[in-house]
Write a protein that binds this ligand. Structure first.
Ligand code: HEC
Length: 97
């Protein structure tokens, strides 16, 4: 699969499903802001949400896999889950690095 990049592929998914609780209007559930990869790497109460080396054991990945953050209409589709997991398995890359 071609390399996935945060801004075009991952951010729009998180924007709809997660930002209202993690970043928007100063709301930071678990003290976590998901709007930038840099902020995910800094992480929240449980430490970095995205980790290099073992991306699929990162809190971000676990929460999505466990489906814990779904609510109402903002559910992630199977395709969206796959996109985020593939992005994590690659190198959680952004347009800049
Ligand atoms: C309805 C609000 C809400 C939505 C939507 C939401 N979250 Fe959360 N999230 C929280 C709250 C509150 C916490 C802190 C309590 C907890 O750990 O469950 C949290 C905690 C987390 C944590 C752990 C943070 C830490 O360091 O302890 C991660 C990772 C996370 N969320 C990821 C996501 C992802 C990814 C999405 C979108 C798919 C998302 N959340 C959507 C409310 C939300």
């Amino acid at each position: 699969m071609a390399e996935l990049t945060f801004e075009p592929e991952v951010r729009p998914i998180l924007k709809v499903a997660c930002f209202h609780c993690h970043g928007k209007d100063g709301v930071r559930g678990g003290d976590l802001d998901l709007r930038l990869v840099l902020l995910m790497r800094t992480g929240g109460e449980s430490g970095p949400a995205v980790t290099s080396g073992a991306p699929l054991s990162s809190p971000l990945s676990k929460r999505i896999a466990a489906d814990e953050m779904r609510e109402g209409k903002k559910k992630l589709s199977v395709d969206q889950n796959d996109t985020i997991h593939e992005w994590l398995k690659q190198r959680a890359g952004t347009a800049r690095l």
